[in-house]
Design a protein around this ligand. Structure first.
Ligand code: AMP
Ligand code: MG
Length: 414
């Protein structure tokens, strides 16, 4: 894996508020996979990212077979009553067809069983009467009814999954069905999570007046877990340059990427920015997004650092919008565009031009509603929400019933 370059986040001078899509396009071109590969069993591979293309070693299904419990024979039959004598054998699933079924006779056959020679059509057992060693039914029935062709799902050698694919439960079924037992996947991306700020206390500790509890660390830990990466808890550091430097040095040894929250602007206490600046490998991405503050992107000892805003609402939105696709790329997955869909609004709102806005939202009765307050300190609104409404950069006036873009949490890859 070629390492990311120290200047990988550098911005041209004079660029001010970057539109979200531009920032995303920039991240997309600058980032690449930073993790190695390992081979694991398919059974353990849920959520892992394929490191190779996979071709089917075997067809699925391997032989033509029946899709129903019934009776098999050759050719369809026209309108009217039909009587076909039965042979003595049965074909249960898994049996190898060793005899052929003589023309003009039928065989009892059970779902999944391979079609013996002399059978290309199966009639559902509910559609026949069995009497005197023969089946009796009323046509028509088309040739090939209720059967599956060999390889109709996948042929030997078909490409069934591609490098960069994050494996779903259905993928595990497909891989297993064609006989793949092990897969080469990307090693898990180790994502360090660090909270910064003199005012922070940990849940369980006493908090004095003026102090607040660290809400970002458990939230980011949860998000990183849901995004399929390996969260590494880096704890909390006060606003102190030396403590932060020591923590970064340690983090760079045991993580592939560091997420910090707080201290990322350009204020006096913003040590994350200061330190990354000191390392000479930092860029403050001023992105035209609400909620959000500048993102401090930098490199520490060849490890990328994403300096998120401290505000929990902004930290979560920035992690979902920028962090999720960026981390996916570092982890070897495909870049993932935000997956939203247009739905009628259950709210009205007027928005000025100049920045993209994400509102805490959820779907109810086919319409999307937004949280009563847009206050950036309202963590309760994040907890209430089941996704975000994504409003465009330009000015817009929404009345109830207008179509707006809703991105459920899953649309961010969680
Ligand atoms: P900062 O970006 O450090 O200026 O922080 C912005 C706001 O977010 C301040 O009100 C901080 O107290 C708050 N904040 C920073 N980190 C956290 C955290 N881990 N949990 C909750 N609030 C935080
Ligand atoms: Mg702070």
């Amino acid at each position: 894996m070629p390492p990311l370059k120290n200047d990988c986040f550098a911005l041209p001078p004079g660029v001010h508020w970057t539109p979200v899509d531009e920032a995303l396009a920039d991240l997309r071109t600058r980032l690449s996979c930073v993790v190695g590969t390992e081979t694991i069993s398919v059974a353990e591979a849920l959520g892992r990212i394929l490191a190779t293309d996979i071709t089917a070693p075997r067809a699925h299904p391997p032989l033509p077979n029946t899709a129903v419990d019934g009776y098999g024979f050759l050719n369809g039959r026209g309108e009217g009553d039909h009587h076909i004598p039965l042979v003595a054998q049965h074909m249960p699933a898994g049996a190898i067809p060793d005899t052929s079924v003589p023309a003009g006779t039928a065989i009892r056959i059970l779902t999944g069983a391979a079609l013996p020679d002399g059978v290309d059509t199966v009639i559902l057992q509910e559609d026949v009467t069995v009497k005197d060693g023969a089946i009796h039914f009323t046509g028509p029935i088309k040739q090939g009814s209720n059967t599956r062709k060999a390889g109709e799902d996948a042929k030997t050698g078909d490409a069934i999954a591609h490098t960069g694919r994050k494996l779903t439960p259905a993928d595990l079924a497909l891989l297993s069905a064609v006989g793949v037992a092990e897969v080469a996947v990307r090693q898990l991306l180790r994502v360090g999570i660090l909270s910064t700020g003199d005012e922070l206390k940990q849940p369980g500790e006493d908090a004095g007046p003026g102090q607040i509890y660290d809400a970002n660390r458990p939230m980011l830990h949860g998000l990183i877990t849901q995004l399929g990466h390996d969260p590494v808890d880096l704890g909390h550091v006060p606003d102190n340059l030396d403590s932060l430097r020591t923590r970064f040095d340690d983090a760079a040894l045991k993580t592939d990427v560091i997420l910090t929250s707080g201290g990322a602007s350009a204020g006096d206490a913003d040590h994350v920015s200061a330190l990354l600046n000191e390392a000479g490998a930092m860029a403050l991405w001023r992105i035209a997004i609400k909620p959000g503050r500048p993102l401090a992107l930098g490199m520490w000892d060849a490890t990328p650092v994403f300096g998120l805003p401290g505000n929990p609402v902004a930290a979560m939105v920035c992690t979902l919008v920028f962090g999720a696709p960026a981390l996916a790329t570092l982890a070897g997955a495909h870049w993932t565009d935000l997956q939203g869909f247009m739905v009628p609004a259950a709210f009205s709102k007027t928005k000025k031009a100049g920045r993209r806005e994400f509102l805490r939202a959820r779907m109810r009765d086919g319409r999307v509603e937004v949280f009563a307050s847009e206050g950036s300190g309202r963590i309760s609104g994040l907890s209430w929400a089941e996704g975000l409404v994504d409003l465009p950069d330009h000015a817009i006036s929404i009345t109830q019933g207008d179509l707006v873009r809703f991105i459920p949490w899953a649309g961010f890859g969680t």
